[in-house]
Write a protein that binds this ligand. Structure first.
Ligand code: CIR
Length: 257
């Protein structure tokens, strides 16, 4: 199935990004740009058509486009990000998605980041994190239950988003950290544990039958290889300093064949 990957350039201001769990470290913007370009190139190599949205130079976190929307086959839901300064990023994402999907919008008092939403088949897991609240879960449920999705709230602790703790890495495979989430909620999938020495390794991008995965986690990569999954590694060191993982840097939109 053809896939459009919406992305956005790394802004000069990225050093002023939101931080929740990490201490601020200097970010090499040139290197961040090179890593981001390699990410886009990897998406292209997997058949995605990469569409860069307009740059937002004054929005430090604007490269992390995933947080602005939840894209389903039937509908795109525009979020109301939990970090107030990030709400300026929403409008341009809505504009880009409008070309591909009907749009629904989360409204106050709800807050939700796309990084907290993991769809596995017809189940949509929503992480209740510092960014995402119950009101958003209810609004999301009202949008998607009529379409046949089940919405399941998941407690998230110790990390920014649900997808910092678990992502889908194969047709029926999840990669995650048992220390961070209750895996019983994900029954029905084969659960691959991150290596205990790599607690931050749960975030991977699944495109078709391949996954993009950070080169910083070689032990967990061995586990993915052992499960027979096709892994492409990328260096994402500078994005990680902004608490950005690989899924954050794109919104994947499946197009009808
Ligand atoms: C933030 O705190 O919002 C950004 N510095 C990082 C966002 C990462 N997004 C994601 O994991 N989906």
């Amino acid at each position: 199935m053809p896939v459009v990957a919406l992305t956005r350039a790394v802004p000069d201001t990225m050093a002023h990004c939101e931080l929740t769990h990490l201490d601020r470290e200097p970010i090499d913007i040139a290197l961040a740009r090179a890593q981001h370009s390699a990410y886009e190139e990897a998406l292209r190599s997997l058949g995605c058509r990469v569409e860069r949205m307009e740059p937002l130079p004054d929005a430090p976190d604007s490269v992390f486009v995933e947080d602005m929307a939840v894209v389903l086959d039937e509908l795109a839901i525009i979020t109301r990000p939990g970090a107030e300064p990030r709400r300026v990023e929403v409008e341009s994402v809505a504009k880009a998605l409008f070309r591909y999907r009907e749009i629904a919008t989360i409204t106050a008092p709800a807050t939700i980041d796309g990084g907290d939403v993991l769809r596995v088949g017809r189940r949509i897991f929503v992480g209740l994190s510092s960014r995402t609240n119950d009101a958003a879960t209810e609004q999301l449920r009202a949008f998607v239950e009529p379409l046949g999705y089940e919405v399941i709230a998941v407690a998230v602790r110790g990390v920014l988003h649900l997808k910092s703790a678990v992502t889908q890495v194969g047709p029926s495979h999840l990669l995650g950290s048992r220390a961070l989430i209750d895996t019983r909620q994900f029954a029905g999938s084969t659960f691959i544990d991150v290596d205990p020495q790599e607690p931050g390794a749960a975030n991977a991008v699944l495109v078709g039958d391949a996954i993009l995965f950070p080169s910083a986690f070689p032990r967990t990569r061995e586990r993915l290889d052992a499960a027979g999954l096709r892994v492409i590694t990328l260096d994402a060191s500078e994005l990680a300093k902004a608490e950005g993982a690989l899924t954050c840097c794109s919104l994947l939109v499946d197009l009808p064949t």
